[in-house]
Design a protein around this ligand. Structure first.
Ligand code: NDP
Length: 338
């Protein structure tokens, strides 16, 4: 099978020598194993952190990908050979099997991802996947959103952000939902999902526009971006307000996520800033698929145009993933192997 092997763990941007493509033999299946053919890959900003040259294993939430290993990635695949009772040949599964055409997996390394009538074949990577879980956990486990809350969400047109906008407005009924996203087209889309306002952070008047959108300040700020976007928000968070730190994509390819001119606001306004991971609330991980499926049925979460499917050949996989860092995606970015 062909596989992307981490060749030169990056310190900044991805370069042509970050990965090499190798053809590796497929080992014979042992009892309890399956052979999975990759159908589509989830694209996640976190993959940049998993391969970082300077990741300290003691401080990382998962073991960093080592030089010489297959690049880690979550995928939807089809079982093509099986020595497991749990997974029949022809069934669809999801799992963290990496950027490879074929992968051998233990039966508990993957879970069944059957097609759902009337839904996209990729729903287990998108609306029933990790990014929606993150929005769900952010809303209920971390920010404990209530109808009286004013909430601001950065990265609002992305996979996590666009679902959180909808949970905040259409499920919880928050008083005001303000998105922050790059470009007018994205902002219009975020408003069509239910946001009361969406501010384009690339607009030269953006700090003023954001301030004008928040005359009563924000009870909650959900930060996907870090850096200047976070800094601009600190003076706009209500006294005793909360910042939920989900991601800091502005610095994943290098640079400092904390060029904070407004740090004093945290003290004077007693702001709580707390990071979290989507796996932090096992109770919510259990209720998540059922509740989200119900909201989709009720039309509270709109799935049409919430997935951006990029058909790609194997050689284009890293290029498609990097669309995330260029602001080229709306909703969940998925690579469909063709
Ligand atoms: P997105 O779909 O949001 O894709 C990335 C988007 O980020 C881009 O489209 C772009 O939107 C924006 N972006 C990229 N570079 C920059 C930049 N330099 N400054 C500002 N915005 C930028 O990805 P996800 O929804 O999958 O992830 C969103 C965030 O959530 C990430 O930070 C990710 O790491 C984090 N995350 C955290 C998890 C957790 O458990 N804590 C789990 C999953 C994700 P635009 O055009 O608007 O700039």
């Amino acid at each position: 099978t062909q596989a992307y092997i981490l060749n030169e763990p990056p310190t900044g941007n991805i370069t042509p020598s970050t990965f090499v493509v190798e053809t590796r033999p497929i080992p014979e299946l042992k009892d309890g194993q399956v052979l999975v053919r990759a159908v589509a890959f989830s694209n996640d900003p976190a993959q940049r952190g998993w391969m970082s040259a300077n990741a300290d294993p003691k401080r990382s939430y998962s073991t960093p990908v080592q030089k010489g290993e297959v690049m880690r990635a979550y995928l939807l695949g089809e079982v093509v050979l099986s020595k497991s009772e749990k997974h029949k040949v022809g069934s669809r599964v999801v799992g963290m099997l990496g950027w490879a055409e074929y992968a051998v997996a233990g039966e508990d390394q993957v879970r069944q991802a059957p097609p759902i009538e009337g839904q996209s074949e990729f729903i287990h990577l998108s609306f029933l996947g990790m990014t929606t879980l993150t929005a769900y956990v952010g809303a209920f486990g971390e920010m404990k959103l209530k109808p009286e809350h004013v909430i601001v969400i950065s990265g609002a047109a992305g996979a996590v952000g666009s679902v959180l906008v909808q949970i905040a407005k259409k499920v919880i009924g928050c008083k005001k939902v303000v998105g922050i996203a790059g470009g007018k087209g994205k902002c219009d889309w975020v408003k069509s999902l239910g946001a009361d306002e969406c501010i384009d952070y690339k607009d030269p008047n953006y700090p003023t526009l954001l301030k004008d959108a928040l005359p009563d300040y924000a009870d909650r700020y959900f930060d996907n971006v870090g850096g200047e976007v976070l800094d601009n928000m600190l003076p706009l968070v209500k006294r005793w307000g909360h910042v939920a730190v989900c991601g800091a994509i502005s610095s994943y390819m290098g640079g400092n996520p904390l060029k904070l001119e407004h740090w004093g606001e945290v003290i004077s306004n007693r702001i709580t800033i707390k990071g979290f991971l989507c796996f932090d609330h096992p109770d919510l991980s259990k209720t998540f698929p059922g509740e989200v499926s119900e909201w989709i049925k009720q039309g509270k979460i709109t799935v049409s145009d919430g997935e951006q499917i990029e058909p790609a050949s194997f050689k284009d996989i890293p290029e498609v993933w990097q669309i995330l860092f260029k602001g080229g995606n709306k909703g969940k970015l998925i690579t469909k192997l063709v």
